[in-house]
Each structure stands twice: as structure tokens, then as C-alpha cells.
Design a protein around this ligand. Structure first.
Ligand code: PHB
Length: 393
């Protein structure tokens, strides 16, 4: 049924309801709005899928299922996180067979990039809840992002390093698009501020062994090492950093908050204490919205601590609901995208805006230090850079 005829039906039903003397025809229920949620629920990046899935369910529990007069229905698909063709095929099936009104999820950049043409062709909004390479939002006018971008998260730690006595720093990033974005942003800002980068390392995305790379960092006698690795990998880096004795050699570990991911921070133990990162979300963020979110998330997923990926999923649901409210439940793709642009609200992470022009997220970035409190490790925020936009777009 077209949205126009659906509106007509609803309109005449309202008239009938207002005239009780007329016989009442069956009133058509507006069909649910279908959200095709594609996540890595298995494979090496399953923690991202688990986190976002739990956050989506948390959002529905906290806010109800009905928005803009329509019920939200989520269709979850596992793309295993490593095969862009699989993600694209699942998106096509969701659009063609399941007639979803919105695509959402996308745990890694290559998976979001491969799906962008499906969103464009089908004119279906695509809400990127996880992936963080700058270019993604430019790949389709139907893409909006509720996660983050690597340059947005990296610039503040480069500034922090330059302002805190670090003059020589090696970089180690995962060798794919978000790592390249992060490396370029760190290099640009840190060297602009007078810092030197004598060693730039790229580690493989699949089955990385960080030990030989960290040995080279140790031999380079730098003051610090900047790291970007995708969510889930931080504990391996931390273990090798410790075992290779880099801290004893006087090398400080800094990075984006992907490194000290709340999902696995507690497993990292003492070697993580004192690590400084910049990022948009900490489970320890001190606000009423975050306390409410963490408590509700824990009811849905008692054995998990919400991480930054989860918040991308939580806010992604809010964005879809805001869009539907803006269109009065109309699911025309262009109208939905237009209704979602420019929206602002208070997220568990702090205030956010979906930029009306770029469709990308603008948010506060925090500088955090890992500390032990009440027997657990937390990213404790101690500085805030307000409303950072992606410097790459
Ligand atoms: C990405 O592939 O864009 C990505 C994945 C995990 C992260 C950051 C970026 O932690």
C-alpha cells in the first residue's frame, strides 16, 4: 500500500469515528514500520553486535514501540562482520523481500560502504550505528550516522598529547579505512603542534599479532604510542604492551577509546590503569541520562557493561523514532531522511546533533583516564571538548 493511500484510509477512518450514527467499517491498522538491523552477531566482532542488539532492545523497553503512530518492528540479521558481500546481500533481501522501511546497524566500515548503493537505489534510510570512517555518510544521501568518526575522536587526543609534554610518538593502527583515517588525523594534528612521529605502524585486521609491532615501538625509544584498534581488540594490545615491557621502558600508551572499550576493560587489569584516551562515551559518564541508560541496559543484558557501540545503537533508534514523529508516520525514504536531519537531543553520552547538511553526528569528545574504582576499571572523564564535528567532512 502506498503511503498516500494509507493516509487516505486513516483519514476516512477518523471521519467515520467522529460520526457514530454511521455503520463502522473495519478500521485498517497502520502496518508496523520495519527496521532491518544488520549486525555482526557471530565472528570476531560479535561484541559489537551483542552490544547494539541489547541497546536497541533497551531503547524499545524505555520508550515503547509506537512512534509517529506506527509500531516499530526490528528484523535482526547476522552478517558475521567480515564479508561486505554478505552484508549487502542481507540488505537487499531485507529491502526486497521483507520490505523494510529503514536499514540500520553496520558494525564495520567495509560493511557500511558495500551497502550504501542499496540504500540509494531503494531510497531507504540507512542509519549507521557503529562504523566510523569519515567518508561513509558521503556514499549515499540516505545515510545518517549515530556513531562517531575516527578523525573526530582522534584530534582531541593528539591535542592532549601535544599539550602534555609528549614530543615524540609512534602510531599503530589497524590497516583498514578507519585506521587510516585515525592515523592521518593524529599525524596532522600532532605534527601541526610540533610533535614528531618517527614510526607509523599498521597491523592486520584479521588475526593480528601485536608483539612484533610493539617490539619495534620499544626499539624506537619514543615517549608515547598512539593506538587505534577496532572494538574488541584492545585487550590483546594491552596484554602485549605489558608483556613486552613498554611501560617499564617509559613509553606511554594513548589512543582513541576503542582501545579501552568498556565491554572488555575489566579483563585488561592493572596494565590498563593510567591509559589516556579520547572518546565520546564512557559507561562512567556522570549524567542522569547515562545512569538511567546503564541501569536499563543491565536489565536487558545483566552480564554486560554498555560500551560506545551500544550508544550508537540506542541513539540510532531515537533518530528513527524522531524521523517518524516528524513525518507523522510516513515512511517515504526521502521524507524520513529530511525529518531526521538536524535533530538534537541529550544522549547518555551528552548532547548530540545529526548535522542537517552532512547527516553526520556532532558530539562532545572527552579525555579519559583508566582508573580503578570500587574494584572495577572505568574510563574516568576529566576534560571535555564540546560539539566536535568530523574534521574530514
Ligand atoms: C569501523 O570499522 O568503522 C570501526 C569498527 C570498530 C571501531 C571503530 C571503527 O571500534
Amino acid at each position: 500500500m502506498s503511503s498516500l493511500s494509507r493516509r487516505r484510509l486513516l483519514g476516512s477512518a477518523a471521519l467515520v469515528a467522529a460520526a457514530p450514527s454511521l455503520p463502522r467499517p473495519a478500521i485498517a491498522q497502520a502496518a508496523p514500520v520495519r527496521i532491518g538491523l544488520i549486525l555482526p552477531m557471530t565472528g570476531p566482532f560479535a561484541s559489537t553486535g551483542r552490544q547494539i542488539d541489547a541497546a536497541v532492545r533497551t531503547w524499545l523497553r524505555m520508550n515503547g514501540e509506537s512512534h509517529g503512530g506506527r509500531r516499530l518492528e526490528v528484523l535482526l540479521r547476522d552478517d558475521t562482520g567480515v564479508a561486505p558481500d554478505t552484508t549487502r546481500r542481507l540488505a537487499q533481501e531485507l529491502v526486497v523481500r521483507e520490505r523494510v522501511n529503514v536499514l540500520a546497524g553496520f558494525g564495520l566500515t567495509p560493511l557500511a560502504l558495500s551497502t550504501a548503493p542499496v540504500a540509494t537505489e531503494a531510497r531507504v534510510p540507512m542509519v549507521v550505528m557503529a562504523a566510523g570512517t569519515s567518508i561513509i555518510v558521503q556514499r549515499s544521501p540516505f545515510i545518517l550516522r549515530t556513531s562517531f568518526t575516527l578523525p573526530q575522536q582522534t584530534m582531541p587526543i593528539a591535542d592532549w598529547a601535544a599539550s602534555n609534554g609528549i614530543t615524540s610518538c609512534a602510531t599503530m593502527v589497524t590497516d583498514y579505512a578507519p585506521g587510516h583515517d585515525s592515523e592521518a588525523a593524529f599525524k596532522r594534528r600532532f605534527t601541526e603542534r610540533g610533535g614528531q612521529i618517527p614510526l607509523e605502524l599498521r597491523t592486520p585486521l584479521r588475526n593480528p599479532d601485536y608483539a612484533p609491532f610493539l617490539q619495534r615501538v620499544r626499539d624506537a625509544r619514543v615517549q608515547a604510542l598512539f593506538v587505534f584498534v577496532p572494538s574488541g581488540e584492545g585487550a590483546n594490545v594491552m596484554k602485549q604492551f605489558d608483556e613486552r615491557g613498554l611501560a617499564q621502558a617509559g613509553i606511554r600508551l594513548i589512543g582513541t577509546g576503542d582501545l579501552t572499550d568498556d565491554d572488555i576493560l575489566n579483563e585488561m587489569g592493572d596494565p590498563a590503569i593510567g591509559v589516556i584516551t579520547s572518546h565520546f562515551y564512557s559507561a562512567a559518564h556522570d549524567s542522569p541520562e547515562n545512569r538511567e541508560y546503564v541501569a536499563a541496559f543491565r536489565q536487558i543484558a545483566p552480564n554486560m557493561r554498555p560500551n560506545f557501540m551500544s550508544v550508537g545503537g540506542f541513539d540510532g533508534m531515537r533518530l528513527i523514532a524522531e524521523g517518524l514523529r516528524g513525518t507523522d508516520g510516513n515512511t517515504d525514504g526521502q521524507r524520513l531522511v529530511d525529518a531526521m536531519r538536524g535533530k538534537s537531543w541529550m544522549s547518555p553520552r551528552g548532547p548530540i546533533t545529526i548535522d542537517a547538511n552532512t547527516r553526520d553526528i556532532v558530539q562532545d569528545v572527552y579525555i579519559r583516564r583508566v582508573e580503578r574504582r570500587d574494584g572495577q576499571l572505568w574510563n574516568i572523564e576529566f576534560d571535555r571538548i564540546p560539539q566536535v564535528r568530523d574534521p574530514g567532512t
